[in-house]
Design a protein around this ligand. Sequence first.
Ligand code: FAD
Length: 453
Amino acid sequence: MTDITRDVVIIGAGAAGTTAANQLRKAGLTVAVLEARDRVGGRLWTDVIEGAMLEIGGQWVSPDQDALKETIEELGLETFSRYREGDSVYVGPDGQLHRFTGEMFPVSAETEAVIAEITERLDAMVAEIDPDKPWEHPNAQEWDSVTWDAWLRAQTDDDEAVRNLAFATGSAMLTKPTHTFSLLQSLLMAASAGSYSNLVDADFILDKRVVGGLQQVPQALAARLGDDVFLNSPVRFLEWGDEGVVAHADGDLTVRARYAILAHAPVLYDRISFVPSLPRRQHQLHQHLSMGFVIKVHAVYDRPFWREQGLSGTAFSPYELSHEAYDNTNHGDERGTLVGFVSDQNADDLFTLSAEERKERILESLSHYYGPEAKNPVVYYESDWGTEEWTRGAYAASFDMGGLHRYGADLRAAVGPIHFACSDMAGAGYQHVDGAIRMGRLAAANILAADGS
Ligand code: FAD
């Protein structure tokens, strides 16, 4: 039995929790970070699989992600650019492969005009949204009452335009079918990256990676906390009241503190028994959030063979099982790595198949972009966050239809001594590591303000 007392107990050692803990420590408060897993990092996980270093979770950094960039710099980590020399490829509705450069897919002139016109309209709408308070927009209720798919289909009859516009926030970001979330949720996703155009620009949103892996960020932050990080310590009970909190974790670990930060995906709040219960509002709002689902597929080859064909490795198609794929070769590695993504219903369907059939179907899809050599990787690995008890999906959580304007304003609101921090409640950097760091900083700042520290 270990019974310790700290100023703040932080539940979760991902980017949000380790950031918050460091901020509080710097301000002179004592902390304990309780982590359910046997490792730090949460959805950041860099591992070696059959000799290949893979980013099983988050990896990319974009130029607007100031909080993440500052942290990377402060920790002395190095970044490198995603390989992007040469042509990108697109598979159209007829299954034909087209090479292209720039941001616009090689579609017909009519479809291109439709995509450009709707993109301009979306950029104008996104510019009016405050990513920290999308529910305050005068049209929030209306925009939260129409699905992303229905809104796009009301703008044009051009199916190829709709599919290409839809997948930027659908399969590629929220990783849910486009009929399950609202236009407002889609606009928030775009606003969190600055504009809809930024979001569809792979060279922007998937710009840089960290040499050696992005998990080093939470690992380095946790290392600074030393013995105040407790692994294998899922919190099961949280008593709370005016005096503070008592967190009870596995391994007979009890932490008494004046404040708590729940620094994990909101879909996991109900894994903790709160004594007394959380208020009615939180009980309700937490039920309207759910995780998206995507399989991140890694295929490592003896060399980056696509570069020999003048291909950048960047590939898109709303008609393919793997709707997007990229050159994901590690810094200084002679071997070539491709990363592909299979999202929402396609991911569900694939998991009804055997592992062998799944691999065959995914590699077949990659071969439509890169040719038959793509079918023979030396290392193949699927990141499946759906089976991870302490995450339960990927990339992150979002509200169901109508939930964002109805409940969004209360998602980050503290309940007594309990504060909340996670990428899944960020404005800027929403669903990204940058947002996790911003939310970690915010929760720490709110505690320091409440504490008069
Ligand atoms: P988490 O990382 O989920 O950390 C929460 C921690 O809390 C976990 O370690 C969990 O084990 C722990 N926990 C949960 N419940 C309890 C409990 N009861 N007691 C104790 N501990 C608990 N973002 C990017 O910026 N760029 C990308 O390229 C990118 N790609 C991604 C690819 C994949 C496959 C995935 C899954 C995510 C990706 N993301 C990306 C998103 C990014 O990884 C997350 O948004 C971010 O890491 C979340 O950080 P967090 O600290 O908010 O939550």
